[in-house]
Write a protein that binds this ligand. Structure first.
Ligand SMILES: [Zn+2]
Ligand SMILES: [Zn+2]
Length: 82
């Protein structure tokens, strides 16, 4: 089973490997921090916690600008709900 980063949707074979890599979409800036574990696991559908948009992959969810981001409209990317 794969594990996923909740910021960028990157997958890794296990949590230790994932958390050791730099995240290109870390909230503090590109590669300013490591990936963070998405605790929802593998799903057929992922929902944005802010706007409710649905995506079939975590990576495409994390790539889309969110209309209801707390920092303002399209000031940040979608974030997956558990
Ligand atoms: Zn990441
Ligand atoms: Zn959203």
């Amino acid at each position: 089973m794969s594990v996923y980063c909740k910021y960028c949707g990157e997958s890794a074979s296990n949590e230790r490997v994932l958390l050791n890599r730099w995240c290109p979409k870390h909230p503090s800036g590109q590669n300013k921090g490591k990936h963070a574990l998405y605790e929802g696991g593998e799903k057929s559908e992922y929902v944005c916690v802010y706007c409710g948009e649905k995506y079939h992959s975590l990576r495409s969810l994390c790539n889309g600008w969110c209309n209801r981001h707390p920092n303002g409209q399209k000031r940040g990317k979608h974030s997956p709900a558990r």
